[in-house]
Design a protein around this ligand. Structure first.
Ligand SMILES: [Zn+2]
Length: 91
């Protein structure tokens, strides 16, 4: 059980890290340009953005996202697919 959760969290962190790295290369993404190099701060801002994000709305009905939230006890958790979409990395 816990192995699955740990794997999931590790995967999520890797996806987030990759997403943040790509976002920094996008115009308009100001994390880093204001002197903040803390990835946790970037993630917090990202989660705030996602609250009003259309992709985030869709995840309310996603079974994988629901499971990710339950497993991580984080109401902003997303499955890897929707996480990528929320960060503009999806199709
Ligand atoms: Zn999802």
């Amino acid at each position: 059980m816990s192995d699955t959760k740990n794997h999931s969290n590790r995967h999520k962190k890797r996806v987030i890290k990759e997403g943040l790295r790509r976002l920094k290369n996008k115009p308009g993404w100001d994390v880093g340009s204001k002197g903040s190099s803390d990835p946790r701060e970037g993630l917090r801002q990202l989660e705030q953005q996602m609250r009003g994000n259309q992709v985030y709305e869709k995840t309310q009905n996603c079974r994988d996202c629901t499971r990710a939230r339950r497993e991580s006890a984080d109401e902003t958790a997303l499955c890897s697919e929707h996480l990528a979409q929320a960060m503009g990395l999806g199709d």
